[in-house]
Design a protein around this ligand. Structure first.
Ligand SMILES: Cc1cc2nc3c(=O)[nH]c(=O)nc-3n(C[C@H](O)[C@H](O)[C@H](O)COP(=O)(O)OP(=O)(O)OC[C@H]3O[C@@H](n4cnc5c(N)ncnc54)[C@H](O)[C@@H]3O)c2cc1C
Length: 388
């Protein structure tokens, strides 16, 4: 990739991207924050932005050349997300799934990363994450979807739920049981499943804001080639934990970048005499500043190939709070419009406010994160206060 002349990291990357964006008012007009569309339209619309960013080289930064990237690391990707958001561009939902799934492909299945990453980065493919099941959410180790060994690979049977954008996805990263029923987290494997395979059925789920944001995925004797095993057989838990580091690290970073812009939007909307909004904006700003500081350190650790460990749960708790406080500030900035108006700004505010309610659930509920922090970071004894 010697022809690639853009800086891949640091201040050079930041200023080069800033300069490029300053001449792209068209992108801000087309993909700016502050409007909301039906989900199918949004996915198609964002694909055009993905193609543009890839053509200009920005989203190839931070991914290995072997997978179609131009080298660099998580720090470069973080700068790209930060500058896009600062320029007022709404970060595509596809970046969330990119940052949770692509690092897994790059680390555990480089040949699959080489085959799929460019298609994703150019908006021609979408992926989803199939972990949760009706009886396995917080208790992920009780996954029941089963992958039985066959001559050429596996046959998949079972059901996943709450799969973000599942109905639009081409490929899914699926956590399935390959051990016996009592094998808990030691009997799970991670598979890369082509959702066009025979036996796959996907049903959208309508969320409380009226958007078909998630889906249920049903697998009935779905063939999965052996080459689509990510990591080791029965080693799926380690793959899931590796993925979670990116969900805590890179996702939190790109989200804080977007949340600062949402808070700016609230600031522009609210009148200075709206005391509730002013107080809510102050609270949200403090939370966001804390999140950004914490998250910058976490991204640097990922870029340094450090293992994050249980303390990454702190990032998740900070993110949940910042997300909810930010959209509460957005709501209070224009409370009547939030309830009554149908214009794009009001529907954007409502959609994001509803979504923010889920921030303390998805990717690991905050109650669980607080338990991890108490027990594994602070070393508190689970039974210490019982009976007092
Ligand atoms: C917007 C959104 C997007 C999502 N996208 C995806 C996706 O793309 N792919 C995917 O696989 N999943 C996805 N999920 C599912 C998500 O990962 C689960 O909702 C989450 O793990 C919680 O599981 P659950 O819903 O089964 O709730 P439960 O595990 O049943 O928890 C319900 C409540 O009980 C609490 N609780 C449970 N156990 C304990 C405990 N031991 N101690 C204290 N409190 C406890 C929880 O904190 C929570 O408040 C998404 C969810 C949401 C809301």
């Amino acid at each position: 990739m010697s022809a690639f002349r853009l800086p891949r990291s640091g201040a050079g990357l930041r200023s080069a991207l800033r300069e490029w964006l300053s001449a792209r008012d068209d992108l801000r007009a087309e993909f700016g924050m502050g409007s909301s569309r039906p989900i199918a339209e949004q996915v198609a619309h964002e694909a055009a932005l993905l193609q543009t960013l890839h053509d200009a080289g920005w989203t190839r930064i931070g991914w290995p050349e072997s997978a179609g990237g131009v080298g660099g690391d998580e720090g470069g990707r973080a700068i790209v997300y930060d500058e896009l958001a600062a320029a007022g561009i709404a970060l595509p939902e596809a970046f969330v799934l990119l940052e949770t799934i692509a690092p897994v492909l790059v680390r555990f299945a480089p040949e699959l990363a080489a085959r799929h990453l460019t298609a994703y980065l150019t908006g021609r493919q979408l992926w989803c994450q199939g972990f949760s099941e009706p009886e396995a959410g917080s208790d992920l180790a009780s996954v029941r979807t089963r992958a039985s060994a066959t001559d050429g690979g596996f046959t998949l049977n079972g059901q996943k739920i709450w799969t973000t954008l599942g109905q639009f996805a081409d490929m899914a990263m699926v956590l399935a049981r390959t051990g016996d029923l009592c094998s808990s987290h030691r009997g799970l494997s991670m598979l890369w499943v082509d959702l066009g395979s025979p036996g796959v059925e996907i049903r959208p789920i309508r969320a409380s804001d009226g958007r078909d944001e998630f889906a249920e995925m049903y697998f009935a004797d779905v063939p999965v080639p052996g080459a689509n095993l990510l990591g080791d057989l029965n080693g799926g838990w380690a793959v899931a934990m590796y993925m979670l580091q990116y969900e805590r690290g890179m996702y939190a970073w790109l989200r804080q970048a977007a949340l600062f812009q949402a808070l700016n939007q609230a600031r522009r909307t609210a009148s200075a005499s709206n005391a509730d909004a002013v107080a809510a904006m102050g609270r949200a700003y403090v939370s966001l500043a804390g999140l950004r500081a914490r998250s910058a350190g976490t991204v640097a650790r990922l870029a340094g190939n450090e293992e994050l460990g249980p303390e990454a749960s702190v990032d998740k708790v900070l993110l949940s709070r910042a997300e909810q406080q930010t959209y509460e500030a957005v709501r209070l900035a224009a409370p009547d419009a939030f309830l009554l108006d149908d214009d794009p700004a009001a529907s954007w505010a409502r959609t994001n406010w509803f979504y923010s309610r889920a921030a303390s659930i998805f990717g690991g509920a905050v109650e669980i994160q607080r338990t991890i922090i108490a027990e594994r970071v602070l070393g508190m004894d689970r039974g210490a206060n019982r009976g007092r």
